[in-house]
Design a protein around this ligand. Sequence first.
Ligand SMILES: N[C@@H](CCC(=O)N[C@@H](CS)C(=O)NCC(=O)O)C(=O)O
Length: 120
Amino acid sequence: MKLIRLVLGKIILFFDAAFVPESVKRSPEAQAKVDAEAKSLVLYQLNACPFCVKVRRGMKRLGVTIELKDIGTDAKAHAELMAGGKLDQAPCLRITDSSGAVSWLYESSDILAHLEKRFS
Ligand SMILES: N[C@@H](CCC(=O)N[C@@H](CS)C(=O)NCC(=O)O)C(=O)O
């Protein structure tokens, strides 16, 4: 099972690297605004998880750079996810709003919908 997961993960990463989506083009001012807003987000994820790849590709398409924390290799990040989001599942988007309140959004489709609403 572990071997199958490892091989599938490598295949997913290969296709992800081979077919990189195009990013939207923005003016430097508009991109700076997006970059600043994206600083309030952190994606807790796993490198070869297909749902995480789906979100990372969506980010690329939307031209949004979000800090990534790998819960598979970073024990501190995993502990943060468990303390905040409570669920041991990736991907999860940590959202800090303008008042400093933090929320945790699970489910790749919901994360993509959130990003599209904010950045497309
Ligand atoms: N429906 C979820 C599925 C996410 C999912 O199954 N992620 C796996 C990694 S590929 C995971 O975190 N599994 C651990 C668990 O569910 O406990 C999504 O679309 O985000």
